[in-house]
Ligand binder design. Sequence first.
Ligand SMILES: Cc1ncc(CN)c(N)n1
Length: 227
Amino acid sequence: MTTLFTDRLWNRVEPVWNSYLEHPFVKGLGDGTLEQEKFKHWLKQDYVYLIDYARLFAIGSSKAEDLDKMVTFAKLLHGVLDVEMDLHRNYAAEFGISKEELEATEASAITTAYTSYMLNLSQRGGVENVVASVLACEWSYNFIGKSLAKWPGALDDNFYSSWVEMYSSNEFTELAEETKQLMNQIAEGKPEQELARLEEIVVKTSQFEYMFWDMVEKKEDWPVNAE
Ligand SMILES: Cc1ncc(CN)c(N)n1
């Protein structure tokens, strides 16, 4: 039986992703105790993160070698812009934050570093760089959503239950699964050296995910006020 490339990746990233479930921000989402000001910081930073993240799927669509993959990238692009970002717009409305205000958020140092890393790799490489860059994002949020959904009370009516519902939903699971499938198709037949390089991209983006959770927990922007 051949192992899928994503099974190999899972063995590598599992300890990093398990550490997300121990992170105070993620735990606060699961047990409903997260401070709303911290969540607001996530909401704004994540919105501008997702704008650049969506660009990656557009780059993927333009670099895809066949129509099927072009369509999958386009579907994933729609998933970010019209499904996932609706969650953010709905939460923002509860805080009295407009769409325009969300969009005008200045990206923090970590947000900038993370999106710049993925955009750089995707622009200078082929479609394999694009899918390796986006994979941990989609898959790890689905992993977190499904893990938190099993926590007692996480899906009961509380401020963060829509968050857990969204990232554990069948619709989001399908987007994560399509991203994994795309990774497996693109990895097929690639030499070991190339697979190892792609694996490192997934490990680095997984590390960036941890840094993002830490950044929102600490409500960080940039280290020195330069106003
Ligand atoms: C930082 C981050 N990583 C992943 C996801 C899930 N697309 C997200 N919304 N934000």
